[in-house]
Design a protein around this ligand. Structure first.
Ligand code: MG
Length: 434
């Protein structure tokens, strides 16, 4: 073979040589599906199709609590800004869509942008014939430390469930226990009476109501961790999620009371608005603090990073601006030694979980990746992939793009299900955060 023929042959087989010219966004589809028929299981997905046959990208725009608001916003207010544009210019498209509605940021707008951003990265990866993590800098690690939740009615049940997770290989466990006298709480079993009233509310299409008092809760939690350290020992990382359910002073005291148990981190001890109290916690307790899942603007929470008031950023890549913003947040954290712990509950779809993993794999300051690994069969019917789990770690494939596709015919079999989040009330019937 002559040298010129050989070179031409090599070029033809290289992915970049096949990179399409004049690539344009041809259509944007929004799919709302709830394959698990779950209370927090409506997924808002976006598919960006191009003018090249077979080249498309998928993203997750799910904002649990505002699902149909996001779907309508995408169709009416974002899609027209995308049609005919070059999908490779994702940073420009991100900025264009951010400014497009003029009144910008907020949960609906940012969830819409986040999913579009994921879909554009998916397309870029397919064009490059590389997994997205390669475009973000390549694997900085081969697998991602993950955790799961051990919950229970009492300390013994939490301990039993923690032991089951340890037997599966988990090295980090989130521990949550019901508070004596409370019929519900965050991530704990409900009483029979509460379950019945929740079901009735769902049937009526109304938000369920739960009653909550934080005093007994903050007295119970340190005793849970005392029990766990005495029973399951020191060779396991433990964390706990407050879910913003206590007062600022209680948060300071809880961070102090939990110090002896050396938590991996204490999550959402405060409402995000209580910046002064983050400073107080910092001055008075060494318990590591994680924060960020409810932040929706691209730079919300930046002051917590700049002042090093948190140890882990928990931003949700479906709400903060997608892969693009996640990478920027990680870079902002790197000089402080603040680590990433992207939000990864089952109320965001496997597309978002895989996007989380691509960013987590590529950043130097990774901490832990919350991940759902036990999905119902119908989720696997709709989504071609979920992060794989092995002995306490998760991973993703090296397929081009995000490496996940959606079976649209299967998705339509599982339509939107109205299951509103609960309203949480104090005993005097005043409103309180969920
Ligand atoms: Mg949380």
């Amino acid at each position: 073979m002559k040298r010129r023929q050989f070179l031409l042959g090599s070029l033809a087989s290289a992915a970049w040589a096949a990179a399409p010219r004049n690539l344009k966004i041809a259509a944007v589809k929004v799919v709302v599906t709830n394959p698990g028929r779950a209370a927090l299981g409506n997924y808002v997905l976006v598919k960006i199709e191009t003018n090249q046959a077979g080249l498309w990208g998928w993203g997750d725009c799910t904002c649990s609590g505002s699902e149909l608001g996001v779907a309508k916003f995408l169709e009416e207010h974002m899609t027209p800004g995308l049609i005919g544009r070059n999908p490779m210019q994702l940073e420009d498209l991100w900025q264009t869509l951010f400014f497009l509605p003029y009144y910008r940021s907020g949960s609906v707008h940012m969830s819409a942008i986040s999913g579009i951003d994921m879909a554009l990265w998916d397309i870029k990866g397919k064009v490059a014939d590389l997994p997205v993590y390669e475009l973000l800098g390549g694997r900085a690690r081969q697998r991602l430390l993950t955790y799961s939740t051990a919950s229970g009615h009492d300390f013994q049940e939490v301990e039993e469930n923690a032991r089951k997770l340890m037997a599966r290989g988990y090295k980090v466990i989130k521990a949550q226990v019901a508070t004596p006298g409370m019929e519900s709480g965050y991530s704990v079993p409900q009483s029979e009476r509460q379950r019945t009233s929740t079901e009735k509310a769902y049937e009526a299409g109304l938000p369920p109501s739960e009653t909550w008092e934080p005093g007994a809760y903050v007295r119970t939690v340190p005793r849970l961790f005392d029990h766990l350290r005495k029973t399951i020992g020191e060779n396991i990382e433990l964390l706990h999620d407050v879910h913003e359910r206590i007062t600022p002073n209680q948060a300071v005291a809880l961070a102090q009371d939990l110090q002896p148990y050396k938590l991996f981190y204490l999550e959402d001890p405060l409402r995000p608005e209580h910046l002064d109290t983050f400073r107080l916690i910092r001055q008075r307790a060494s318990t590591p603090i994680a924060m960020g899942e409810v932040y929706v603007g691209p730079w919300e929470g930046l002051n917590l990073i700049e002042e090093h008031l948190v140890d882990y950023v928990r931003n949700d890549l479906v709400h903060c601006g997608g892969i693009t913003t996640g990478k920027k947040i990680a870079i902002a954290c790197e000089p402080k030694g603040i680590l990433t712990a992207w939000h990864g509950p089952s109320n965001i779809s496997p597309i978002a979980h895989i996007a989380n993993a691509h960013v987590s794999l590529s950043v130097p300051n990774f901490g832990v990746q919350e991940a759902t690994v036990d999905w119902p069969p119908a989720v696997h019917e709709v989504f071609s992939a979920t992060p794989s789990f092995d002995n306490g770690y998760v991973n993703v494939s090296d397929k081009p793009g995000l490496g996940i596709d959606v079976n649209e015919n299967a998705a339509v079999k599982y339509p939107y299900l109205r299951r509103l989040r609960p309203t949480v009330r104090r005993a005097d019937d005043s409103a309180w955060p969920y």
